[in-house]
Design a protein. Structure first.
Length: 148
């Protein structure tokens, strides 16, 4: 049985639709414009977390949170001033370091410190990975190198 009449009718209905507005075609443009602010916010959260979760007396989690958080904030502002994909790679590496720190260092006394490091580390990895994938897609669409 041939359903040719259905196919042509559906194609005709689709072609009659007006084109979608450009802001609806790329829903993550607004997020992409603010990606460095999100990274800076995650870094500031890490800097403030020893006092928010009352583990400022524990040496290892406190200094890990302070150092990695400050590096994320600095990297985010550097990437905002001089955009490059290397800043996103740095955020990805810092996120992995933060995610693995409770398992590697093992001296995380309050459980909130370990949970915070794993959660924020995973958020950094996810956000940076999304940003790198988006940048990769933009470079491929522009006909540039497909290498990350």
């Amino acid at each position: 049985m041939d359903f040719h009449f259905l196919r042509s009718s559906a194609q005709h209905k689709l072609s009659a639709l007006p084109p979608a507005p450009s802001h609806l075609l790329v829903p993550d443009q607004e997020l992409a414009a603010n990606q460095d602010y999100v990274l800076a916010g995650l870094g500031l959260w890490m800097v403030a977390s020893p006092w928010l979760f009352q583990f400022s007396g524990s040496f290892t989690p406190r200094w890990t949170a302070l150092i990695v958080g400050a590096l994320v904030v600095l990297m985010a502002f550097e990437n905002k001033l001089w955009p490059s994909r290397y800043g996103q790679w740095a955020a990805l590496a810092l996120g992995l370091l933060l995610f693995c720190s409770p398992f590697l260092l093992g001296a995380y006394h309050p459980p909130q410190a370990a949970a915070n490091a794993v959660t924020i580390g995973a958020a950094l990895v996810g956000w940076s990975g999304w940003s790198l994938a988006r940048q990769h897609d933009e470079r491929v669409a522009a006909g540039l190198s497909s290498r990350l």
